[in-house]
Design a protein around this ligand. Sequence first.
Ligand code: GLN
Length: 482
Amino acid sequence: MVGFQFQDIAGYHQQLLAGTTTCAAAVEHYLQAISRQPHLNAMVGVFEAEARGRAAQLDAALQAGQALLPLHGVLVSIKDVLCYEGHPVSAASHMLKGYQAVYSATAVERLIKAGAIIIGSTNCDEFAMGSTNEHSAFGPVRNAADTERVPGGSSGGAAVAVQAGLCMASLGSDTGGSVRQPADYCGVTGLKPGYGRISRWGLIAYASSFDCVGILANSVADVALIYNQLAGPDGKDSTADTTTPPQVDLQTMDKASAYRLAYLAPTMDTEGLDPEIKTAIEKTLAQLQAKGHKVAAVPFPLLEYIVPTYYVLTTAEASSNLGRFDGIRYGHQAAGQPDDLTAFYRRNRSEGFGKEVQRRIMLGSFVLSAGYYDAYFTKAQQVRQLLVDATAQIFKEFDAIIMPVSPHVAPRLGEATADPIAMYMADIFTVFANLTGVPALAVPLYRHSSGLPFGLQVLTNRGEEVLLHQLGAYLEDHFARR
Ligand code: GLN
C-alpha cells in the first residue's frame, strides 16, 4: 500500500527508496490539503497538472533505477514575487495582474534541477512591502494557528503553506524580515541567507541592496537541504557572491562546540517587547550559559537608528525599482484617453498600486529629491556603514548574535495596519540582518500564553551559513517545545 505522511525531507526520501510512498501520492496529498483549506488564502496559484506530470516522471526515474535527486519529489511553493517561466506572477499587485513570467528565477530553476516539484505560488504583501500580508491584491492570508490573526508578512502565504501542510517547504523573499517574521508568527523555520548567497535573478525587486531569496520549512534540516541546492554564484546576478559556499552538513556537525553568543543589550529593553518573549529568550540564554556556552550582552547604541535607516534606504530603492511600472514598459494601463502624458502615468500608477506601495514610493521619492538627498539618503547610507562596522566588531569576538524575531506574536487582522509607523517599528529585530547583509535564521521554539507560536533569531557573520544552521539545529534540538 502506498500511503503518505510527511515528517521531514530525509524521512520522505527513505519512504521513496523503500517504496512505501511515491511522489504521485505526495502530490495528491498536498493537492487535497490545499483544496480543503481555501479559507487561509495562502495559495494564489496551484499547478496541479504540471505537479502530477512531474511526480510521474520522478517516480518513473526512481523505478528505472536512477539515483534519488537531492530534492527528489520535494513539493515546494514559491512566493508570488519569484518568476517561473510560463506561470503567472503578480507581486500580489493589480499592477501585474495577468502577467506571465517569461523566464525563471535562478532559485526556481535550481529547485527544479534538484528534483523539486513546484506545487504553486503563494500570497504575499504587494511587492513584498508589509508585515501582515494584509496589503495584497488577493486579500489577506489567515494564520492557521488562529484564523482571526495575521500570518505576518510579507511572505505570509509562504509561511502558512508550510504551517498548514500545503507543501513541504516554501521559497519567500526577505528584504527586512519577510521570511523570518511570518515564520515566527506561524511557528515554522525561516532562513534569510547572507546578502548575495542566493541569486536574486528573477526575484521581483523591492530594495535591491537588501533583497534576499529565503526558505521556509518545518525544520532547520529541511531548510539546509534546500539552501544547499540554491546557494552559490550566478552570472545572471552581479551582486551574487562569486565564491562557492560550503554545503551545510548537519550530520557531521561538531555537537561538542561551546558557542560564543552575544545579545545586543538594548534589544531586551525595546519598547513594546512582549514580556513573555523577553522572559523566554532570557531563560534560553541562561540555559545556554549553564550548558557552558559563552553568553554576553554587548552595548549597541545604534539600535534605535536601524528602523529609520531601513525605511529611508528601502523606500528610496523601491521608488527607483518601481519606476518601470508605468503602464508602458510594464503593468496596468488605465482605460480611456488621458489628457496628457503625466495624467496617463498618474492614472496607471494610482490604479495599479495599492496604498502601502504608493506610500513607500512617495517616501522614497522624497528622500531622494534634491534638497533632501543629503539629509536623508546620504545620512542613512552613513548609518548603514556604521552598523556594518559595529556588527563586524561583534563577530570578531562572538560566533552569533541572538535576538527576538518580532516584539510580539501575530496580531489580529486589522490591528496592525491602522498605524503604519507602529508597524514599521515592529521590524526592529529583523531589518538589522538586511542592513548589514548577514545571514539570519528564525527558529520556532516557544508557545505564548495566547496559544500562538514564537521563536528566536540567530545571526552569524557574512559567509557563516554553515555555523548558522548548526546553531539553529542545536537550539531546535535542545529548546523546542515538543
Ligand atoms: N516588514 C518589512 C517591510 O515592510 C519587511 C518586508 C520584506 O522583507 N520584504 O518592509
